[in-house]
Write a protein that binds this ligand. Structure first.
Ligand SMILES: Cc1cc2nc3c(=O)[nH]c(=O)nc-3n(C[C@H](O)[C@H](O)[C@H](O)COP(=O)(O)O)c2cc1C
Length: 254
């Protein structure tokens, strides 16, 4: 039984959920997009695990469905499931996922969601420590165990539609476009260690002459802010970082 999980993650929450599927092969959405991983023709079960962004789907996940899944022969692709991680306002992101998959010739069999700590700087001021994050996760562990069991036994569960799904989707897709401005400023404490460059899921940061340069592919996940060992990236008067449930090095892309 071959299960592959495609995961997109900024701060590590979604990767943590993916890692709980013991027998699955886990690949980052970026690996599919840049051709480092090619999905085999025949897969028993494919999962997509993603964070909810602006009550919708992050742009790279949309690209993965359109540019990778939508362009291959999926006749030997078995059970298809999606799990979103969210900060408590999941909207109908899973229904958007179902619509997007259907437009690309795929039928979603199961969708669910897990609430996790939210590290989105413009809306959050206090971030849980790793210990607090694990405690918070404790409340969701039972649900996660049920979800894993549902998926391993190929249960069917489709998402709710919500109101005005097409209109909401259009708005969220616009909000989730890659951009340059993210409100971050670089302070003098930057030592040019390059962790921000390695951790950015969108390849948006380059170290030039020992300092990070931000390009225009930012999705405001703020992984760079949260994992900067010198706290050299500043966002207004926000203090503290979200270290998530993953070691920093597990999130390195390069
Ligand atoms: C740009 C951005 C937008 C977000 N929008 C929402 C949202 O609309 N609703 C919500 O519940 N959580 C939202 N969140 C929180 C994330 O969905 C949540 O923290 C998720 O678990 C992060 O997963 P990751 O660590 O795998 O990236 C947002 C986070 C970011 C970075």
């Amino acid at each position: 039984m071959k299960t592959v999980i495609a995961v997109y993650t900024g701060t590590g929450n979604s990767l943590y959920i993916a890692s709980r599927f013991k027998d699955a092969e886990i690949h980052l959405v970026e690996e599919f997009l840049n051709g480092d991983y090619v999905l085999p023709e025949s897969v028993d079960s494919l999962g997509i695990i993603f964070p909810v962004y602006c009550v919708g789907i992050p742009h790279p996940v949309k690209r993965f469905i359109e540019e990778v899944l939508g362009k291959r022969d999926n006749s030997e692709l078995g059970y298809l499931f999606a799990i979103n991680t969210n900060g408590g306002m999941k909207g109908h992101a899973n229904y958007q996922m179902e619509m997007l998959l259907a437009e690309n010739g795929l039928r979603l069999a199961y969708a669910n969601s897990i609430r996790m700590p939210d590290a989105y700087l413009p809306l959050t001021r206090k971030f849980p420590s790793q210990k607090e994050a694990l405690e918070m996760m404790g409340k969701e562990e039972e649900k996660l165990a049920e979800i894993i069991n549902d998926i391993e036994t190929n249960q069917i569960k489709l998402p709710r539609k919500g109101l005005f799904p097409h209109m909401v989707r259009k708005i969220t897709e616009n909000a989730n476009r890659p951009h340059k401005k993210n409100g971050l400023t670089l302070s003098e404490s930057c030592v040019g260690c390059g962790i921000c460059e390695k951790i950015c899921p969108n390849g948006n940061i380059e170290i030039v002459e020992g300092k990070p340069i931000f390009n225009d592919k930012c999705l405001s996940c703020y992984a760079c802010y949260h994992r900067c060992p010198e706290h050299a990236l500043k966002y207004k008067n926000v203090k503290g970082q979200y270290k998530g449930l993953q070691e920093t090095s597990k999130l390195f892309r390069r």
